[in-house]
Design a protein around this ligand. Structure first.
Ligand code: F6R
Length: 356
């Protein structure tokens, strides 16, 4: 049942701290300051990684590219439906990773089979034990989210982000301070997320924007997939027009649509060049009268340009996106709820897409 929640989606959003604890269990060695993922023991570090995925899982894969980038492993994402019918060249030590919570998405299975047929080693990153992807791939890494009923993926996305962080860390040398900091941030993540869920002001914020023309979501680096995911979730369950962008890309065309009627959700975390440049992009939309809702850890200093602030604790570059995403899940949920939409079973969508 829904354990007192109005919808499975809201229940599953609130289950995320537990889902993440399950996903981290036995995988953090705090004494050594390292990640240990037994399931990856038999895996040689690949020279390149190709991710194949669809929808929300594709956004998780984009985050995976970013974590592998920081680990020094070149990676690319491919929409599974494109890969399946037009696979890219595969090198000698290319690992193809299918990110699929269900393990049954037809496009993703097709892409993985194509990769396998062309000699690539494959890994399934999935929630469902013994799913088709888990059975067919050479390796499997379970995200351990627990069952997800709502059609809109929520806790499985967060669990995918964490599993991809573990995956990237486990592939490379983990000595040093950087590794310790990551382990500490991962250890704190479930309670940080609990804090975000307990304190979120999203229900009040959405009330100010119930009948806007369109909704934009922007972010840079690891917050770019968060922006895309924020927009996808919003579209799926509110039926309103939303789009996500890399923060720097808006000015290359879509800025033409930005007006006082188009709220912009800006995900800005950390205190680095990326944050500063994203704030520059926020100023561009603010100058066109767009309401700005900043999802931020307060470090970046974006508050002064925002009409509303959705706060997250200051954590770590690889865990902040999980917290920011939770705020955007709640934005979509509360907006859909206020608009009276069918939240757990949005029109035209199925939980598992088994056709190509
Ligand atoms: C969106 C959503 C879909 C799935 C996509 C892939 O909320 O759930 O976009 O992410 O259909 O599904 P899996 O991960 O099962 O391969």
């Amino acid at each position: 049942g829904k354990s007192g929640y109005a919808h499975f989606m809201l229940k599953e959003i609130h289950e995320q701290p537990t889902a993440l604890r399950q996903g981290l269990s036995g995988r953090l060695d705090e004494l050594a300051g390292q990640v240990t993922v037994d399931e990856l023991d038999g895996l040689e570090t690949p020279t390149t990684v190709q991710f194949v995925a669809c929808g929300t899982s594709y956004h998780a894969a984009m985050f995976g590219v970013e974590t592998l980038r920081t680990a020094g492993i070149p990676a690319q994402t491919f929409l599974a439906s494109e890969y399946a019918t037009g696979p890219p060249p595969i090198g000698n030590e290319t690992l193809v990773v299918g990110v699929t919570q269900s393990g049954e998405t037809a496009d993703t299975l097709s892409a993985l089979r194509e990769a396998s047929a062309r000699g690539a080693e494959t890994l399934a990153l999935t929630n469902v034990v013994d799913s088709t992807a888990a059975r067919e791939c050479d390796h499997v890494l379970y995200i351990r989210s627990g069952p997800e009923i709502g059609v809109a993926a929520t806790k499985t996305f967060s669990s995918q982000l964490v599993a991809l962080t573990l995956f990237s860390a486990a592939l490379v040398d983990q000595r040093g301070e950087e590794s310790r900091e990551r382990v500490a941030a991962l250890r704190a993540l479930p309670s940080d997320l609990q804090y975000v869920l307990d304190e979120s002001r999203t229900a009040d914020v959405v009330d100010a924007y119930l009948d806007s023309a369109a909704y934009f979501f922007i972010g840079r680096g690891p917050n770019y997939p968060v922006a895309l995911e924020g927009a996808l979730k919003f579209k799926e369950i509110t039926y309103e027009h939303a789009e996500g962008f890399a923060a720097g890309e808006l000015k290359h065309g879509t800025l033409a649509l930005v007006t006082g009627e188009t709220p912009v959700f800006a995900v800005v975390t950390g205190d680095d060049e990326r944050a500063r440049k994203t704030i520059g992009n926020v100023k561009e939309v603010e100058a066109r009268d767009a309401p700005v809702i900043a999802v931020t850890d307060g470090v970046a200093g974006v508050e002064q340009y925002a009409d509303h602030v959705l706060e997250i604790p200051n954590t770590h570059p690889q865990t902040a996106p999980v917290l920011a995403n939770a705020q955007l899940q709640l934005v979509a949920y509360h907006m859909a709820n206020r608009l009276g939409r069918s939240i757990d079973k949005p029109r035209n969508l199925a939980k598992s897409v088994t056709v190509e």
